[in-house]
Design a protein around this ligand. Structure first.
Ligand code: DC
Length: 222
C-alpha cells in the first residue's frame, strides 16, 4: 500500500476527541485508535491485580502480561480487549478515570503503549486520539489537530455522557476531577499534554458536534 494516512488528534479530557474521531474514522474507513483507552486498560489491570499505583517496579513487571486488541463491532463502535476479555465498559469507571494519570506518567508504560500504537499506524490509515500523538506517536502525521474546549463545557459534556449511561452526576466534583487530571497530564515529565507547534488548534466550546466533524473532514479530504 502507498504511505498510510495518519490523522493525529490531541487535547484535554472531554474535548470531544474520541466522539469526533470515531465518526471521522467511519466516514473515511480508517482505523480508529483510542490511545487513552490503552492507558485506561493498564490502569484497570493494575486495579484487578491489586497492585499499588506507587509500586512502579510491580507495574513494569506486569506490563508484558497485558495484550491489548481493538476490534470494531460493525457499527462504528470500537471495543477494547485485554487478554481476550472485552473491557470496553470497565475502563470507563470513575475509579479508572481518577487513577489513569498515575499510570500514564510512567516512562516504561508510555514506551510500550507508543510502540504498539506506532505498529498499528505503520500499515493502516488511522485516526488516533490522545495527548502525545502529534508530537511523539505520529510526528509525521499528515493531519494534526489540537481539540480543546473550556473546562465548564468539557465537564458538561462528560456529565451528559455519564447521565446517558444512568449514572448520577455531581457536576462540581466532575469539574474538579477533570481539572486535576488535566493538571497532572500537563505537568508530567514524559510527553506532557500540550499543543504541538504544527497542530491546528480547534476550540469546540461554542461549536456543535457536527460542525467540528465537518471542519476536520473537509480539511482531511481537501
Ligand atoms: O482520553 P482519555 O481521557 O480516555 O485518556 C485517559 C488518560 O490517559 C488521560 O488522563 C491521559 C492519558 N493519556 C496519555 O497520557 N496519553 C495518551 N496518548 C492518551 C491518554
Amino acid at each position: 500500500m502507498t504511505k498510510p494516512i495518519q490523522v493525529a488528534i490531541d487535547g484535554p479530557a472531554g474535548a470531544g476527541k474520541s466522539s469526533v474521531a470515531k465518526v471521522l474514522a467511519k466516514r473515511l474507513n480508517y482505523i480508529y485508535l483510542d490511545t487513552g483507552a490503552m492507558y485506561r486498560a493498564v490502569t484497570w489491570y493494575v486495579l484487578q491485580k491489586k497492585i499499588s499505583f506507587a509500586d512502579t517496579a510491580a507495574i513494569e513487571q506486569i506490563l508484558p502480561e497485558i495484550e491489548l486488541q481493538f476490534s470494531e463491532d460493525g457499527e462504528g463502535n470500537w471495543l477494547l480487549f485485554c487478554n481476550g476479555q472485552d473491557i470496553s465498559q470497565e475502563i470507563r469507571t470513575t475509579e479508572v478515570s481518577n487513577n489513569v494519570s498515575a499510570i500514564a506518567m510512567l516512562t516504561k508504560v508510555r514506551e510500550e503503549m507508543v510502540r504498539q500504537q506506532q505498529k498499528i499506524a505503520a500499515n493502516h490509515n488511522v485516526i488516533m486520539d490522545g495527548r502525545d500523538i502529534c508530537s511523539t506517536v505520529l510526528p509525521e502525521a499528515q493531519y494534526k489537530f489540537f481539540l480543546t474546549a473550556s473546562l465548564e463545557e468539557r465537564a458538561k459534556r462528560r456529565g451528559a455522557e455519564l447521565e446517558a449511561k444512568g449514572e448520577v452526576v455531581d457536576y462540581e466534583q466532575l469539574r474538579q476531577e477533570i481539572a486535576l487530571r488535566d493538571e497532572k497530564d500537563s505537568k508530567r515529565e514524559v510527553s506532557p499534554l500540550r499543543q504541538a507547534e504544527d497542530a491546528m488548534l480547534i476550540d469546540t466550546s461554542n461549536l456543535d458536534f457536527s460542525t467540528v466533524v465537518e471542519k476536520l473532514f473537509s480539511i482531511i479530504t481537501k
